[in-house]
Design a protein around this ligand. Structure first.
Ligand code: AMP
Length: 582
């Protein structure tokens, strides 16, 4: 088959200058091949070059910078003892990203025994301070807290070997530029500097010119899809927290019932987990990945072609070169690494004038990526709610009713005059039961038995409903404090009241940092901020307000002090017009 040939021209991890311990972790994670950003960055970074990379989340950029740090760290041991200043510092805009990155670095670094510490604002500083004292190889930090710990003498940067700015554009958007420069200025001139950013505005270029030395530049380019070539496909996305993706996929596919679908997953491990979940739901799913021998793969593909298997669960690489004509659905368990990859995937359906369906499970952090796909293809992607357990029960009952109706009609038609109407004795048995119980109760019990026998899944698990940020929702320019008036919040936004202001040294970026760190908001969601003497007002999307207040539980930490956060009574809903107290 052609899949193997296609694999030959892909880069391999074994060609990259990474030691066996790192190769093993990557293999265990189920990564089959390095992503483009990894293939282009890892070599130069291991050599110690500076790097300027344009790549968004989802391209594998974390491993692209983390693996080289770990390789260089391992190469410098044992000369470098753990008591020294950390080897690497990774700066990220938010707590969530810091935690994600540090989890990835820890995972990739298991084999080399790297000690990773995460520090971020909005949490007590004590434990983070202590963790740093105990010796650390890689610190992953949000800028504000990194400065704080540096000023306390706990984060030492004088012997740092590598500094990474991850999502640099987002950090600048959040007002961290001064903090970043302070931190970079505190690192030795000899250190390696790496800057990743999804976009390359002028400010990023300026920062790069100031701090990177003869950087290698890597750009994960978008290849334009020629107009008119994007296939006509009904595209639906389901917004769901990442932790519930697989469960949600099971529900969606049970509701959709595709005749023949490819379900794309990022890694082999995902392929196996998804196949298991779908099979448990009574769907006929089979895994296809590079870990299977050729003969096995051929058999699986054959079963899909012949219609015996309805769902083929595969990694991109395993599905390369596969051409299955009768595919009705392309399903993305994960948002693909680029808009082009998405378009390539969905190009497998909607051919020859037939209608195709593309389904994508989208975690909140990837909504913008789907908007990018819309821009690229010029076709809308509809966001639909994940079917609830009740929806699925209703759908299952509707299917049972349809099957029963069909059977009843067929039985009536087949009853020939004069033939015994009850050759198998079922009616006679039911007559006996009907004398004892209500006829409908008997039928209900029969249907329940049937459902149990066909393994109706248990949908008790709650899949949280996530609010969709509206397209084009952008932050307004923030007021830098001062005499901002008390105009009502912009339509669709609500205003939060924070009981700390200029008198406590609070700056707009502190508020952005605290909200983005402690809630699901990203810097981009946060609107106008007004800093007053003893309070501040911040606009956030109305649909996110309850969630944000819930996660803050009424308070946050600003400039090291507790500050209360609540809806601004000045304009909130029914209370409009009532004065604010402060
Ligand atoms: P990132 O862009 O760093 O946020 O990575 C996005 C996702 O891709 C993460 O879930 C990684 O685990 C995964 N990933 C990174 N590199 C690879 C690879 N070479 N093959 C498959 N998945 C990968």
């Amino acid at each position: 088959m052609s899949e193997n040939e296609h694999e030959l021209d892909l880069p391999r991890f074994s060609d990259l200058p990474l030691r066996a311990e790192l190769q093993r972790e990557v293999e265990e994670l189920g990564y089959e091949n390095p992503s483009p950003i990894q293939a282009q960055s890892i070599g130069p970074l291991v050599e110690g070059r500076d790097l300027l990379g344009q790549a968004a989340t989802g391209t594998g950029k974390t491993a692209a910078f983390a693996l080289p740090i770990l390789e260089r760290l391992a190469a410098q041991r044992p000369e470098r003892s753990r008591g020294d200043s950390p080897f690497g510092l990774v700066l990220t805009p938010t707590r969530e990203l810091a935690l994600q990155v540090s989890e990835a670095v820890t995972r990739y670094g298991r084999g080399v025994g790297a000690r990773v510490v995460t520090v971020y604002g909005g949490a007590p500083v004590g434990p983070q301070w202590k963790a740093l004292q105990q010796g650390v190889d890689v610190v992953v930090a949000t800028p504000g807290r990194a400065i704080d710990l540096m000023n306390r003498g706990s984060l030492r940067l004088d012997a740092l070997e590598t500094v990474v700015l991850d999502e640099a554009d987002e950090m600048l958007d959040m007002g961290f530029v001064e903090d970043i420069e302070t931190l970079l200025d505190a690192t030795p001139d000899t250190r390696q500097a790496v800057l990743f950013s999804a976009t390359m505005p002028r400010r990023i270029e300026t920062l790069a010119q100031k701090y990177l030395r003869e950087p290698v530049t890597v750009r994960i380019r978008r290849e334009a899809v020629p107009e008119g070539e994007a296939p006509k496909v009904r595209q639906t996305a389901y917004l769901v927290p990442r932790s519930h993706t697989t469960a949600a996929l099971g529900r969606v596919l049970e509701a959709e019932r595709p005749t023949a679908a490819i379900v794309f997953c990022r890694t082999r491990l995902d392929v196996d987990a998804v196949t298991e979940t779908l099979t448990a739901r009574g769907l006929r799913a089979e895994a296809l990945h590079g870990g299977m021998d050729q003969e096995h793969r051929t058999r699986v593909v054959e079963r899909v072609r012949s219609g015996r298997t309805e769902l083929l669960v595969a990694t991109d690489v395993a599905a390369r070169g596969l051409d299955i004509d009768l595919l009705t659905h392309v399903v993305n368990h994960d948002v693909p690494q680029s808009s082009e990859a998405y378009v390539h995937r969905i190009g497998r359906v909607g051919r020859a004038g037939r209608e195709g369906v593309a389904i994508t499970l989208v975690p909140p952090s990837k909504v913008h990526a789907m908007r990018g796909v819309e821009r690229l293809t010029g076709q809308p992607i509809e966001f639909a709610p994940v079917p609830t357990a009740a929806d699925l029960r209703a759908a299952r009952l509707a299917r049972t009713a349809a099957v029963l109706r069909e059977r009843l009609v067929a039985d009536l038609r087949d009853e020939e005059p004069g033939s015994p109407a009850d050759a198998d004795g079922v009616r006679a048995m039911l007559d006996v039961l009907a004398a004892e119980f209500d006829g409908v109760d008997v039928a209900a019990a029969a249907v329940r038995l049937l459902q149990e026998a066909t393994g109706a899944p248990n949908d008790d698990e709650d899949i949280p409903v996530v609010a969709l940020p509206r397209a084009g929702e952008r932050r307004e320019p923030r007021s830098r404090g001062g005499a901002a008036g008390t105009r009502p919040p912009k339509a669709g936004t609500t205003r939060l009241f924070v009981n700390a202001g200029r008198a406590s040294g609070v700056r707009p970026q502190d508020i952005v940092g605290a909200l983005a760190n402690e809630s699901s908001l990203s810097g981009r969601d946060i609107g106008a901020i007004q800093i007053h003497e003893r309070h501040a007002l911040v606009e956030i999307p109305e649909h996110a307000a309850d969630d944000v207040l819930r996660s803050l539980r009424g308070a946050t930490t600003l400039k090291g002090r507790r500050a209360n956060v609540r809806r601004d009574r000045g304009f909130a809903g029914a209370g409009a017009g009532r004065g604010r107290r402060d």
